[in-house]
Design a protein around this ligand. Structure first.
Ligand code: OAD
Length: 251
């Protein structure tokens, strides 16, 4: 923790990369944790592809609207607040998240790049025309729900998340890659590092000379790229890291 705080103290630009583990202590399940992960209970090919949506739009749409409801009811844990505090302690900080839950923005982090889209936005499947979130129906929990129709072209409305086989949003991705190559410290929190291209970010930062710090209770594909590893949950480790940084500053 002291080594991590030292690296942060010397950094001008910090990038925080977050994955599903960041939200676990807010009650939002990860994807790949055994037993509790979403992909242990559901088949991603049946829920997280455009082909699945076109095959069974009501099932896929109902599942995503159910996740959106869970996210709205969730409260950001102390690790989220610690990242807001960290933003004030370093000259520049950006968060690059694979999460679609919007918790970083909700808690007040200012520079958040969403690589995999957002559960809180909707667009149509054919032309990606935006669709207002407040016009989306509210089905019972986990129930199938026929998606509304686009007001402009009439095609089905889908969540604005990146599905398997789809490209990441171009501008956001280019910005994230530039930030990774330019930062002095990259903090990687709660990701298995198994999904490309986001999994490249720690390696890009490391190759460009940054110190890579991993925060995760378990070893991952990122661990090999990390110079410093904080083994533990984000809700405890991130506040401890900010405390170590501020204690160091006052002495
Ligand atoms: P995963 O489910 O693959 O990995 C979650 C990681 O969080 C694991 O390494 C856990 O050890 C770690 N973890 C669990 N509890 C934690 C805690 N309290 N604090 C910190 N870490 C904890 O999730 P991602 O790596 O985010 O993509 O998955 C990447 C992508 O795969 C997702 O964005 C999603 C999914 O398919 C799309 O939807 C496009």
């Amino acid at each position: 923790m002291r080594a991590a705080a030292r690296a942060l103290r010397d950094a001008r630009q910090v990038v925080v990369v977050t994955g599903a583990g960041m939200s676990r202590e807010s009650g939002i399940p990860t994807f790949r944790d055994a037993l509790t992960g979403l992909w242990a209970r559901y088949d991603p090919q049946e829920l997280a592809t455009e082909a699945a949506f076109r095959r069974d739009p009501a099932r896929v749409f109902g599942w995503y609207v159910g996740r959106w409801r869970l996210v709205r009811a969730a409260a950001p844990h102390p690790g989220y607040h610690a990242l807001v505090a960290l933003e004030r302690l370093v000259p520049e900080l950006a968060i690059v998240t694979q999460n679609v839950d919007g918790l970083h923005r909700r808690v007040g982090s200012r520079r958040v790049l969403e690589l995999h889209g957002s559960l809180e936005r909707f667009s149509c499947v054919d032309a990606r025309h935006p669709f207002p979130a407040d016009a989306v129906p509210e089905p019972a929990a986990d129930a199938a729900c026929e998606p509304p129709r686009c007001l402009r072209c009439g095609s089905a409305v889908r969540p604005d998340v990146v599905w398997f086989g789809e490209m990441l949003p171009e501008r956001v991705t280019a910005e994230a890659w530039d930030l990774a190559a330019a930062c002095q410290v990259m903090l990687v929190v709660g990701t298995s590092g198994l999904v490309q291209p986001a999994a490249q970010l720690p390696y890009i930062a490391r190759d460009a000379g940054a110190t890579v710090i991993e925060v995760n209770p378990a070893p991952t594909e990122v661990s090999a790229a990390a110079h410093i590893v904080c083994r533990g949950p984000a809700g405890a480790m991130l506040p401890a890291l900010v405390a170590a940084l501020t204690e160091g500053e006052s002495t």
